[in-house]
Design a protein around this ligand. Sequence first.
Ligand code: SF4
Length: 186
Amino acid sequence: MARRKRILRWPVLRQLRGQDPRGDAARSPRTDALRPRTEEADTVARSVCPYCAVGCGQLVYVKDGRVTQIEGDPDSPISRGRLCPKGSASKQLVTHPGRQTHVLHRRPHGTGWERLDLDTAMDMITDRVLRTRRETWQQEEDGKVVRRTLGIASLGGATLDDEENYLMKKLYTALGAIQVENQARI
Ligand code: SF4
């Protein structure tokens, strides 16, 4: 009896006898027991892939406060559930052990990175921005008032969202910087 059962489980026989030769016959009990990790999520958040300007919709699955899976959002009119390999791997952006969570600084002519606390790094950036603006300020050019600095430029990345880009443009315009660009437009 056991032998007969084993023979009947033989894939070729299951394909010949089954209604759906490429469906049930190709499934093993182990396959049937597998469950998607998205099933165990506590919450699902809607988001946008941060990697490029296409802006594919994502569903971010969270369990116990941690991201467990990121998949394409079928309701997105942009991507209709699809993600390219970069977008499919974006879970690593938040969970990869190699992710940097501290400010790192390499001094001029330095050969290694130093860890800085955030306050120190912000002070250093502020000093540099104010000094550069003061040293490169142009009040006029060819008799015309320009009130600008060409010593400061910004190239934003696609990981910035609309609101962040809006605030950055406001800040740079207030500083007199006119070279403001984003990777998404390149
Ligand atoms: S999934 Fe790919 S194509 Fe879509 S936004 Fe992300 S990187 Fe761009």
